[in-house]
Design a protein around this ligand. Sequence first.
Ligand SMILES: *Cc1c(COP(=O)(O)O)cnc(C)c1O
Length: 425
Amino acid sequence: MNNKPDSAGLDNAGTGTRAVWGGEQVRHPYNATQTPIVVSAAYGYDDIDNWYDVALGKAPGFIYSRMSNPTVEILEAKICELEKAASAVAFSSGMAAISSVLYTFLAHGNRVVSTKDSYGGTNKIFEEFLPRMGVEVTLCETFDHEEIEREVAKGCQLLYLETPTNPTLKILDIQRLVSAAKRVGALVVADNTFATPLNQNPLALGVDVVVHSATKFLSGHGDVLGGLVCGAGFLMDKVRHYREINGAALDPFSAYLIIRGMKTLVLRMRQQQHSARALAEFLGSEPLVESVNYPGLPGHPNHAVACAQMRGFGAIVSFVLVGGMDTVKVLLPRLRFAHCAGNLGAVETLYGPARTTSHVENTLEERLALGIGEGLVRVSVGIEDTDDLLDDLKQAFAFVRRSRDEQTPKHTQPSIKEPCTEVAS
Ligand SMILES: *Cc1c(COP(=O)(O)O)cnc(C)c1O
């Protein structure tokens, strides 16, 4: 079927080319140029012996779509090209992928070390579900690498990393923490959702298993849920076996949408992170902003680590507004080119306070303990023109200033209006 020369592999191709052609270098049925969406639950066999061989994995083919599906397999091959992984397994959401990885590799009596800033859903698995299974979880301060190293050295089976973090954009030194984990024989899992494979390849830095919420930048259009896991073949065989049984398989139509979105990942991300830097720089100069978090800014506390392990700094920026939630409520609804919504990584710009997005599951006290004040806003910068996004933010800040002036109590201002009216009439 594939009559291209052997050298037509993607070994020397760049990320943009891999994103387009990964998993799709063979001719599809009917010579279709686009990935077919194969919706069949089961696959038929006239040769009963061949059916049995396929079922046992001795011959290629498909049996039942909870086990494997042709459209989903193309998506799995595509993420392998982008993360330079040997194998991958797709799930129905990012959380299905993350929870399945944890349940695949952990058992009663094991210990996990991670950080306090992981994604809200992941944090709930650590705080609520794993302890119930008899797994001990230690969550360290995300900025404190010494503490993480100390806790790992005490012995653990799994080290779970997420960098950059949501929503405060902290950076973990992947290679340094992988070294600590290897000394105690722990498996290292990393959530690469925020960085995307364009900017960071954790497997190349020694991580064993990479997880993605494909809902975000990979699919890129905010219209599908999905999760991806990748790593060495023997590890992915275990994860795939878990998915076959727990049933959190990705449906083929969602797989198709993610495949289509991934083809433009590089183009989208280049534009999005170009604008993200411009917005971060502008926010740094805005008096109504107390502080800005973006790993690409030289003032970011882990900027040097970010430069060493990332090729770009991503499209998420967060900032703290003077006046807290009162200012948030005036600024956000005033933006023209933005959804206020609990998602990120889409082509449209998205704004949201931590209270209603990443940390909706947490109480005010828990958020404050994590250093997330009520004025913290996360921006997922979209593909709109950079100048339009800047102008939009500027007009919204101007509106906040006008509203604040109007609210200044009257008796503190010299009252000139009433006498003048009297004279005029
Ligand atoms: C959104 C997100 C997840 C969860 O993914 P879903 O597809 O929503 O289940 C996990 N990790 C990070 C960093 C995320 O942003």
